[in-house]
Write a protein that binds this ligand. Structure first.
Ligand code: PLP
Length: 468
């Protein structure tokens, strides 16, 4: 069966309202939860665990950017790594890092990762999400401030809930002047910041997961140094999307810019390009001691197991030895090919003129020395589901993103490029989007006998037919 039918059926099964069928005799606890979920079902936006699709579906979605998972290369490297450990290893860490869980293999792998990233220390933990929370939990002291880019990932937002920092201030996305304004406000409101008696933690991301744009990190560091010459303003950078992708052997943005000494904390994720799982916190020994002392997330939790650490080591060895270099280059080539083809596409120009679609990253793409593999197509809000359904029925998977994941009044189709995407797939993607643009514009101009686009009509027909 075509994947889109599977997905639609699964989606529809979960959007059916439960409240009317929830019996009064059921415990109020469950009734109240169902009521809260019904609010989302009513809008057709209840989150679901999507069925897995196979490789016949064109992938502009997965996090397997370098195709290391799809190709089986990471699995083979992982199995070799496990075999190299012989039989003398225990699967479980059997304790947290402050107890029994601080085993030699984990420490050895951390030392290797720290060396790869030019950092004093590395801390491997269960996920990048967890790593971001742990850092914010541990590193800001009472009275300190955390300022963050307004488009920061959910893990930073959750971290802001557990921190003891007294001040929490967002600044406008990727805008060094906005950062300066927020820092100025802090200095004005509390002279302890100007004296260096309180610290400011500035949270940014190397490549933003929805916008796909890169942080102007050098400019931001210059602002922080200028405003806080005693060094009480420091950065936490989330390198989820750059790890494995940009920089020397994929080491990330900080290393592209040679800012290793200027960034206090780097958080690298292993669940994306590295095709593994886990988070890595790169920092100096002082910050590591603070994590050990103040992060309950990290120390009241069992340490990562040997297989998890082995998979991370396998991935880092592939990066370090240049074994992912072809995939890194292919990914860059694919994104460039997409921009070139997009800008030559006449349907595209029309969509742009009519305010239906836009790709801000396509502007001046040739000026950039390195491309992001996350490329949002901004869609006129309210149209994102229509384009998504159109693409999916054409066997292309690229998810629609709406408020609250992106700011109110904006919507997008998030394209994620991979080494395994072919030129034919990119051409087909553009052709399929072009067909949607032509159809939507003809409906809007009253030139079509239909008022509902074909893909949506197909969706409705399937619904009427019980998704068969
Ligand atoms: C920017 C960013 N930070 C953090 C995370 C969480 O990383 P992990 O999958 O390792 O928990 C993600 C993953 O979605 C992300 O995109």
């Amino acid at each position: 069966m075509a994947y889109y039918k599977d997905l639609f059926r699964e989606w529809a099964a979960h959007q059916a309202l439960r409240r009317p069928s929830t019996k009064q005799s059921e415990p109020a606890f469950y009734r109240r939860l169902e009521q809260a979920l019904d609010v989302h079902r009513e809008n057709g936006n209840l989150a679901i665990l999507k069925p897995r699709w196979d490789d016949s579906v064109i992938d502009f979605t997965s996090s397997d950017f370098l195709s290391l998972s799809r190709s089986g290369r990471i699995r083979n490297a992982f199995l070799q790594e496990l075999a190299s450990l012989g039989n003398d290893w225990r699967l479980s860490a059997s304790g947290s890092r402050t107890q029994y869980g601080n085993y030699d293999y984990l420490r050895q792998v951390e030392a290797e990762i720290a060396a790869f990233h030019g950092a004093e220390t590395a801390w491997v933990c269960h996920s990048g999400f967890f790593a971001n929370i742990s850092v914010l939990e541990a590193v800001a002291l009472p009275g300190d401030a955390i300022v963050w880019d307004e488009l920061s990932h959910a893990s930073t937002v959750v971290g802001l809930r557990v921190t003891v920092a007294a001040h929490k201030l967002p600044f406008q996305h990727n805008n060094p002047d906005a950062l300066r304004e927020v820092l100025t406000r802090l200095k004005t409101e509390d002279p302890a910041f100007a004296r260096g008696d309180r610290s400011v933690l500035i949270c940014v991301e190397s490549i933003y997961s929805m916008e796909g744009d890169m942080c102007p990190l050098r400019e931001m560091v210059a602002v922080a140094k200028d405003m806080f010459p005693t060094g009480n303003a420091q950065f936490v950078i989330d390198e989820a999307h750059s790890n494995g992708i940009i920089g020397p052997n994929g080491a990330g943005l900080v290393q592209v810019l040679g800012l290793e000494k200027d960034i206090a904390i780097r958080v690298h994720m292993c669940s994306k390009a590295l095709a593994s799982t886990g988070g890595v916190i790169l920092c100096n020994k002082t910050v590591r001691a603070a994590l050990t002392q103040f992060s309950r997330c990290l120390t009241y939790s069992g340490a990562p197991s040997v297989p998890m650490v082995a998979s991370i080591r396998a991935a880092y060895q592939m990066l370090g030895s240049g074994q992912a270099a072809n995939e890194q280059a292919q990914l860059q080539a694919n994104v460039k090919y997409f921009f070139q083809a997009l800008l030559e596409d006449p349907d595209w120009e029309e969509a742009l003129d009519e305010g239906l679609l836009s790709v801000p990253l396509a502007e001046e793409w040739e000026e950039r020395s390195v491309q992001s593999h996350v490329i949002p197509i901004k869609v006129r809000p309210g149209h994102e589901s229509s384009l998504f359904v159109h693409l999916l029925i054409a066997n292309i998977n690229a998810y629609p993103i709406s408020y609250p994941t992106v700011p109110r009044g904006t919507a997008l189709i998030r394209l994620v490029f991979h080494a395994h995407n072919t030129r034919a797939e990119i051409d087909y993607l553009l052709k399929t989007i072009g067909a949607w643009v032509v159809e939507m514009l003809s409906i809007e101009r009253g030139e079509s006998s239909n008022t509902v686009p074909a893909a949506q009509r197909q969706f409705l027909a399937l619904q009427a037919n019980g998704w068969k």
